[in-house]
Design a protein around this ligand. Structure first.
Ligand SMILES: Nc1ncnc2c1ncn2[C@@H]1O[C@H](COP(=O)(O)OP(=O)(O)OP(=O)(O)O)[C@@H](O)[C@H]1O
Ligand SMILES: [Mg+2]
Length: 380
């Protein structure tokens, strides 16, 4: 287990890591996520004594790294892929590391084979591609067969086969009971690899949770309901605390309510249910939502928003004939269909006359639909 306790690291005026605390448990792959400059590498470096904390501490299985008698056998780290002499042959690089830790050279051949570099061991490491360098770095981390592994963006530069291999390797190592902490910016890959994630931004902890919980808590996770009486149900769903948006095929996308509640509301309203399903957000959506305030570096003109008229990534674009006239809705909570003031009146499927459903008479500022074609913003 790794324990980070109130870790703080400053570089001059810059606080790279700010009173950061979390534990990394053995037996699962833990993803270490955060925008560029969040402090991930600094934290990983502090774990192996390469950064001296200004405050706080990190322990590996209860011991400070500098006090571990044979650290190579306790912690393996890949922090910098090309941390080798470029003129040295790959195998010789590993042999030098092995000798320093009294590891027999047969282990060198073992790890070279494990990372797929058995045939490249005699090549000078300086001629390696980024992907090969990553593999060599992983080989070095595995040399001492350590129970704790720290990998900083290990799949950078790897080909698809290599990415799958790293994923399988990390999961296998975790299944053996090891502690595996891996940083990455590839959210889809992290979602496949890790079980738990630590998310940091500007050096501070943002989330420490299972991926499942993180994704479920995201506003991008919704319940999809398809019913011919959608119009009658919208106000009822809103009254129960749900936020309702139109799906691209006439379905309702409800956030803030569990599928059971949505189903019960439909049942009470005697609305036939043609489809009821939980739609989970992607890890990328959850991550973007969590870190939107903490991204220090953002390209101008690209704000993570979708193409105009298409909605934020993961958000459906409002279909024609649904929703308020452009510009009349509140961001993320615009007017219900049929409420547009600009003359473009949407039609609720199944909004029955005299049913008592007020869906098509609400004001534009009531909770309801986003101003679809003005570029959506994520509900807060
Ligand atoms: N040796 C250093 N000297 C000065 N500033 C540093 C040093 N190392 C890191 N920093 C600063 O600390 C902050 C955190 O950097 P760090 O490399 O830990 O971020 P990161 O989360 O790994 O980012 P990335 O995703 O881009 O790899 C950054 O603002 C960085 O510029
Ligand atoms: Mg980094």
């Amino acid at each position: 287990m790794i324990q980070v306790n109130h870790l703080t690291k400053r570089f001059g005026p810059k606080t790279a890591v700010n009173d950061l605390s979390f534990d990394v448990q053995p037996g699962v792959v833990t993803g270490f996520l955060g925008p560029n400059g969040a402090g991930k590498t600094t934290t990983l470096r502090a774990m192996v004594g390469l950064v001296r904390p200004d405050a706080g501490a990190v322990t590996i299985n209860g011991t400070n790294y500098h006090d571990i008698p044979a650290p190579t056998h306790e912690v393996g780290a890949l922090l910098e892929a090309k941390a080798y002499h470029p003129g040295r042959r790959a195998r010789d690089h590993l042999v030098a590391l092995a000798q320093a830790s009294r590891i027999p050279s047969r282990r060198v051949d073992e790890v070279l084979g494990l990372v797929g570099l058995a045939d490249a061991g005699k090549r000078k490491a300086g001629t390696f591609s980024l992907g090969m360098a990553q593999r060599l770095g992983i080989a070095a981390a595995l040399l001492g067969d350590p129970p704790v592994l720290l990998l900083d963006e290990p799949v950078n530069g790897l080909d698809p086969e290599g990415i799958v291999w790293v994923r399988t390797l990390m999961q296998a190592l975790a299944t053996e009971g090891r502690t595996v902490l891996v940083s990455s910016h590839l959210m889809s890959e992290m979602a496949l690899t890790a079980t738990h994630v630590i998310v940091i931004g500007r050096g501070k902890l943002i989330a420490d949770s299972s991926i499942e919980e993180l994704v479920r808590a995201s506003s991008g996770s919704r319940v999809r309901l398809r019913t011919p009486l959608a119009g009658a149900l919208v106000p009822r769903l809103q009254a129960a605390g749900g936020t309702v948006q139109p799906g691209d095929d006439g379905a309702l996308l409800v956030s803030g309510l569990e599928p059971e509640a949505v189903g019960d509301i439909a049942f009470t309203a005697r609305a036939p249910v043609h489809e009821l399903a939980r739609v989970e957000a992607s890890l990328e959506e959850a991550f973007m939502e969590l870190t939107q305030e903490d991204s220090e570096f953002r390209a101008q003109g690209v704000k993570g928003q979708g193409v105009k008229g298409q909605g934020v990534k993961g958000e459906p674009a409002a279909p024609q004939g649904w929703g308020a006239a452009a510009g009349t809705g509140v961001a993320g909570a615009g007017a219900p269909a049929g409420a547009g003031t600009g003359g473009q009146v949407g039609t609720w499927p199944g909004a029955p006359a005299g049913d008592g459903a007020p869906a098509s008479t609400s004001t534009p500022t009531a909770q309801g639909w986003p101003a679809a074609r003005q570029g959506w913003s994520r509900p807060s």
